[in-house]
Design a protein around this ligand. Sequence first.
Ligand code: SF4
Length: 260
Amino acid sequence: MHIGHRKSKKKPARAKPETMMSRLTLAIGGRPVKVEAMVPARPTRPHLMLPLFRELAGAVVGAAIASAAERGESIACGAGCGACCRQLVPITPPEAYDLGVYSRSLPSSRRRELQARFAAARVRLQESEMLETLLHPERVSEDDKESLALRYFGLGIPCPFLEAESCSIHPRRPIVCQEYLVTSDSAHCATPRPDTIRMVTLAGKVSSALARVDAGDGENEPWVPLIVAAEWSRAHPDRGAALPAPDILQKVLANLEKEE
Ligand code: SF4
C-alpha cells in the first residue's frame, strides 16, 4: 500500500496552501487501485476529508463490482429503485457533521423543503416511540440493532433525500449507501429476507473504518441514524482534536486493514 501527498499548485508560491492532493495506491481484493482527492493542508477533522473517503469507498466498491462481474453477476441497483432507502441508515459521526454543513450550504427554499421532510419523519418516529432510542444510538446494543432496524423498516419512512425513487444527493450520499449493492432481483428489495437478498461482498467497509476513527479499541462502532443526524450533531458538537490529514487517513486505513 503506497500513500503519497502533493501540495496543490493552485495557490501562490509563498501562500500557505489550504488544501493538498492526497493520492493513494492500494491493492484491493488483489486489484491495484488509485485514489486521489484534495484534503485540508492544515490539521483537520475527519468530516472535512470526506471527499477522499468517498473516493476510497468507491474504489473498494468498484473492485467488488468487478469481481462480481467476473462471476457473471450484475448489480441490480440503479436510479429509480429506492426500496433500500426506507431502511434505517447508520451513518458515521463525521458524515452526520457533514450533513449539517451541507444543509447550511443549500438555498433556503431547498433547506426548508428538506427540513419539512425530516420533521415529518420525526413525528412518525415519536408516535412510534422510536425517537428517543434513535437519538441515543450509543445505548443500542449490537443484539438490539437488528430488531430496531426491522421496526424502523416497518414504518416505511422514505429517506428525506429520496426523490422519484432516486437519491437527490448521490455524489454526497453516505458511504454506507455507496456500499449497499445487491446482485439479487431488485423486486425483492421492498420485502428483503436473508434468502432473497444477495449483497455484494466488499473487501472492507470504509464506513466502518471511518466510524471507528475516533473510537477506542474495544468500543462499539459509533453510528448515527441518518434520519436524526441533524438533531444528533447539534447535541454532539465535534470536539475532537484536529490532526494532520495524513494521520487521520492512516487511522482509517489501519481500521480498514483490520476488517479485511
Ligand atoms: S442518502 Fe440517498 S442513497 Fe442513502 S438512503 Fe437516502 S436517498 Fe437512499
